[in-house]
Design a protein around this ligand. Sequence first.
Ligand code: SAH
Length: 451
Amino acid sequence: MQKNDEIILKITDITNEGSGVGKYEGMAVFTPQTAVGDTAKVKILKVKKTYAYGKVLELITPSPDRTTPDCEVSGKCGGCVFRHIDYKAEAKLKEDKVYQAIKRIGGVDLKPSPIIIPDNTCRYRNKAEYPLNSDGKVGFYAFHSHRVIPCSNCLLQPEIFKNIAEETENWIKENRISIYNETAHKGLLRHLYIRIAEATNEIMVTLVINGTAIAHSDKLIDSLKSVCGDSLKSVQINFNTDNTNVILGKKCKTIYGEDYITDILCGIKVRLSPLSFYQVNRDMAEKLYKKAREYACPQNKNILDLYCGAGTIGLSMAKEAKSIIGVEIIPEAIEDAKFNAKQNNIENARFICGDAAASAEILKNEGISADVIIVDPPRKGCEASLINSITNDFSPERVIYVSCDPATLARDIAIFNANGYILKEYTPVDLFPRTSHVETVALLIRTNQKI
Ligand code: SAH
């Protein structure tokens, strides 16, 4: 196979990133924007030793899962890799992707409980961080690129975000606001960042800037008030002068309203700053936490909530639990967690700022015991030393593992297994419909049989 070859390819699988794959002369050919069951004429763009990349020239037989994308930047923007297939098929793919990872990487052949899916696959996000193109138009990055595809009306975002984005674009134009250029590391406005607390309808707008101030912000605030009305609760500037692709800098300044907005999640009031971690799909986060609680059986238990963010999972179980100890590495998130405990009159929760593995060691030395341990790590999963400490030092009856990456979840389950914890049950939860991401919650229980 060579570059520029045109081949007929049958798509038989989907990668973790949502790209279709077919086999041709023993080689895997990755072809974005295809669906399992498609037969297509594909042009080869790049050839490696055992695989190649292609793009569709013509669909010969479309997959029965196909549907017409309802978004004008579908296929260009890197976000919704599944907008061209039926949602039911997407959910099935995601469920299977989790099962395959647990089987192949984790070495456990256990079928998942049915994937939990949303009522609504559109406009479910409560947060947008739009980069801007050189014309001051907001948008999203193309797949595997930092090229901005202009789009103010993303179908994953609430409708009000479109109005805010368009007002901001007008303000940029009228006031000739300079736009940040990543390559040159020059220009001022880097991102438009919007958050909404759905339960209260409070909106927070943050301008991320490469500088110390932004002119004419008073005019922007006036137009934002006109589109959001009383819902506009906070306008902030976030300072990020680093030459980095990390979106937010560490400092913020409020230029209108409050420093925080407040949402309600599983009955818990949650304060959000621009820097707080918060699940982007509130409805589905509630379903995820509900499942985590069902697995945890928190009644009268001592619970450790590792990687706790603003404390939301632990706090949602605090009323029934005996005690909650949350551990999180970001100091601001721990401040949020402490505040959240207080504003919900929760007195049996304590929060510690530190690395999960190091803090587990400290807690053990303090003589703390745990009946249930919840872990909710970032994509890279847990460190093996933390898993060993959980199983050997704390030996809780149950471990609840909340994961945003099935591959690292599966890898970690294998370690838990070797340490005498078996995977009892697990449930994929689709927090991110139309995108390649899927969340999973797993219940591991102690068996005292080490391998
Ligand atoms: N459980 C929370 C947050 C989950 S996101 C919720 O449901 O909202 C994962 C969290 O792990 C982030 O808040 C991140 O800051 C934190 N984190 C990342 N590395 C960590 C580490 N080594 N030790 C402790 N926390 C860490």
